[in-house]
Design a protein around this ligand. Structure first.
Ligand code: PEP
Ligand code: MG
Length: 755
């Protein structure tokens, strides 16, 4: 038997004509299967569509019993068609009956066909259906035929994705492509966001997949690959970019892939089978995605991201579209969906239009999470394949409390969420009523609640929430959103605005905490193996005193005539604190000499976020005016678990005895020295964790703006001495079995605490 009749290109051209005909969806499908069967010299061609209930329905056939259309339905764990859908891989058999998964459907009359070739209908790596050809004779399908059928399946993928087939479906059995999805992830930032999907790095939509002129398309593909390679080389040569550690590794990987012969070969083959250059890139990438998404190896999955990026870059070369033009079209109620995002990228968006954030990665204390929380954006992380499943404009609900996402939600889910939103609004009103109530526990312990901030947009929160002050002002955020180092005058302006907004309330400014995952795009840094343990925060400040000096100068000038609180991040040795404090003194002298107004009083403190400081508490407390525990970093370093690596970030519970003992050490040392101790990590923002901190002796916490209400509502009901009786014995327990979280949860429940 000879292969494809007239070749795949002829078939594609005919298909394009059929796609353009003004006929019904069913007629179009019927014509398509006839065309494919004739072209492939097959007796049978059938299209199965994956439905919302994850079954496969026969939508059209040439050769099988036509009465079976829309009647034959099978599960994905059933038969050869199910196998193709499940594995998202082609299956070619010369003796289909011999395959262990062969299952026979009498209504189709397929028992006489021996050879079977099935290919998945894929879009962005997701299976939408299965396209099958069958022959009576035992035959081996050639590579070219398999390739041709895969190419044809792309046309069907676009047809299914367009929603054209939905009209043919019974209610509740629509094609799965647009089905509602309930995706589970991890709660990153509290809140409910209802809106429409905006892909942070949008896939380029390929509309024209069928080529007119193969020679021309091959040339276009080659030219685009050439440009892609060149642009990667340029990026690698660009010192500024190339030196930025991790970035360089990614670029090196891109360069490797961009020269990968297998990848090139597959795309060229796809063009030769009749696709446009764009269609070929998309097809090869969709296949690759489908295969790699089934891999559990994290390394392979990481490479998939690289390949996705690269394919998208190639599509940009081909379509001439760039990123900035897409940025403008941010709709109202945007829900950003991304694999991952840097804090700076999030800050780049128009905050007033963003209602939610969905990430495939993202840990609970990673900086993009902190920024989302600061901006009051509901966020959910670790949602598998979120960016692959969502299409721009899809309706979506982000539940930042439960850590869930509803993509294309059905009506009843939407209604339930509308009710939740009303409920939250009522609760917010209750919190607002607590605004002026002092945060005093039932047994009369005053626990000050401050808030964490870092941007101008945070400032209205100070009065809105009734916070006692700003316990942590992350000064680096201004640097992260800028395109060049902010000048002293710009820094001064921000710091003054912060102090003005706070009025009488204290503000604790933390000096620049850059390095680690807080990268300044315009600052050259050296490549580091372990940036979290590297040249960051105060280390960088002391080595680059010019930067620290100018920041301190801006802070001291902004604080003229008022009290000023400054603290240094990542202090690991008291000597670092001494040197940093000396710079403060020098700047004060300088300002005095030049006749500038000075703060009435300057308090200088240290953050406790490196474990070494736990063992120099007396030394640091005899020097510092106050301490603030950065539990995000302290827990990361105590457990050696990278806070921005989702595989380990939440592996260890900060409510475990080792971490709680560490927090207790600091609180008790502060009491001994009569110096204030605060905790400003994300931990304090969760009511149950705040119970533990109050029990350990903390009398001031700094939390995200949205947490002031819930934490205060809890404090008003808390009996601290009762909580101490529950928690402290557990810290003495040496069995290794103590479970403070469970004990505190039970205590909270029994005491009716709003947790
Ligand atoms: C911390 O480490 O807990 C902290 C408050 O600082 P950041 O999260 O900015 O590193
Ligand atoms: Mg920190």
């Amino acid at each position: 038997m000879r292969g494809a009749l007239g070749g795949p290109r002829v078939l594609l051209r005919r298909l394009r004509e059929v796609m353009a005909e003004p006929v019904s969806a069913q007629d179009r499908l019927d014509k398509i299967v006839v065309l494919i069967a004739a072209n492939m010299v097959a007796e049978v061609c059938s299209v199965y569509v994956l439905r919302v209930d994850q079954t496969l329905e026969l939508y059209a056939t040439e050769g099988l019993n036509r009465d079976a259309v829309h009647l034959t339905v099978m599960r994905v764990d059933e038969g050869l068609v199910g196998h193709v859908a499940r594995e998202a891989e082609s299956l070619a058999l010369s003796d289909a009956h011999a395959h262990p998964e062969f299952s026979y459907r009498p209504e189709t009359g397929e028992e006489v066909y021996n050879s079977f070739l099935g290919v998945p209908i894929l879009r962005a790596g997701n299976t939408l259906g299965v396209l099958v050809v069958q022959n009576r004779a035992r035959r081996t399908y050639t590579e070219e035929e398999i390739e041709a059928l895969q190419t044809t399946a792309m046309v069907l993928a676009e047809m299914i994705a367009s929603g054209e087939l939905t009209a043919l479906a019974k209610p509740g059995a629509e094609p799965a492509v647009r089905r509602p999805l309930h995706l589970k992830g991890v709660a990153l930032a509290d809140g409910l966001g209802l809106g429409h999907v905006v892909l942070h790095e949008p896939r380029i939509k390929v509309t024209n997949v069928i080529a007119d002129d193969v020679v021309k398309e091959t040339a276009r593909l080659d030219a685009a690959i050439g440009k892609l390679r060149h642009s990667i080389d340029l990026m690698l040569e660009d010192d500024g970019l190339a030196k930025a550690g991790e970035h360089r590794d990614i670029l090196e990987a891109y360069r490797m892939f961009a020269h990968d012969r297998g990848w090139m070969h597959k795309m060229r083959e796809a063009v030769l089978s009749g696709l446009t250059a764009e269609g070929a890139v998309e097809r090869v990438q969709s296949d690759t995605r489908a295969r790699m998404m089934r891999a559990s190896d994290p390394y392979l999955r990481e490479r998939l991201h690289d390949l996705d990026d690269l394919a998208n870059r190639l599509l940009r070369e081909l379509t001439g579209r760039n990123r900035s033009s897409e940025r403008e079209a941010l709709p109202e109620n945007a829900i950003l969906v991304a694999r991952n995002m840097s804090p700076a990228a999030l800050l780049d968006y128009d905050r007033s239009r963003i209602r939610g954030l969905v990430l495939e990665e993202g840990g609970t204390t990673s900086h993009v999470t902190i920024v989302a929380r600061a901006l009051g954006i509901a966020a959910v992380g670790q949602v598998e394949n979120a960016a692959g499943l969502a299409d721009p404009g899809d309706p979506v609900i982000v539940d930042g409390q439960a850590g869930e996402v509803h993509l294309r939600p059905p009506g009843d889910v939407e209604e339930a969420y509308a009710e939740k939103v009303r409920f939250r609004a009522r609760r917010q009103a209750q919190y607002a009523a607590l605004r002026t109530r002092p945060s005093v526990t039932k047994d009369g312990v005053h626990i000050e609640l401050h808030l964490n901030a870092g941007l101008l947009v945070d400032l209205p929160h100070v009065t809105e929430t009734g916070a006692a002050g700003i316990g942590l002002f992350r000064t680096e955020l201004q640097f992260m959103i800028a395109s060049a180092f902010p000048r002293i005058s710009e820094q001064l302006k921000l710091y003054r605005a912060v102090l003005d907004a706070a009025g009488e309330r204290p503000v604790t400014f933390r000096t620049l905490d850059i390095g680690g995952d807080k990268v300044l795009p315009y600052m050259r840094t050296v490549e580091e193996e372990n940036p979290a343990l590297g040249w960051r925060a105060i280390r960088l400040g002391l080595d680059r005193p010019g930067l620290l000096r100018s920041q301190l100068r801006a802070l001291l000038r902004a604080g003229a005539g008022r009290e000023l609180r400054i603290m240094f991040p990542m202090v690991a040795a008291v000597e670092e604190f001494d040197r940093a404090r000396a710079i403060v003194e020098r700047e004060l002298t300088h300002l005095r000499k030049h006749g500038h107004g000075l703060p009435e009083k300057v308090y200088v403190g240290a953050m406790v976020e490196v474990p070494s400081l736990l063992f120099q508490l007396d030394e640091i407390l005899s020097r510092a005016d106050f301490l603030s525990v950065g539990s995000n970093d302290l827990v990361q370093f105590l457990y050696a678990a990278d806070r921005s690596n989702v595989r380990v970030a939440d592996r260890f519970d900060p409510l475990s005895p080792p971490a709680l003992r560490a927090f207790r050490l600091v609180a008790e040392a502060g009491l001994r020295h009569g110096k204030p101790v605060t905790l400003c990590g994300e931990l304090a923002s969760r009511p149950l964790e705040a119970v533990a901190l109050a029990a350990l002796g903390y009398r001031a916490l700094s939390v995200s703006p949205a947490s002031i209400g819930p934490v205060k509502a809890m404090m008003l009901e808390l009996d601290v001495s009762a909580a101490r009786k529950v928690l402290l014995p557990l810290l003495e327990d040496k069995s290794g079995m103590a479970d403070p979280r469970a004990a505190l949860s039970a205590f909270a429940k029994a005491s009716g605490l709003p947790i």
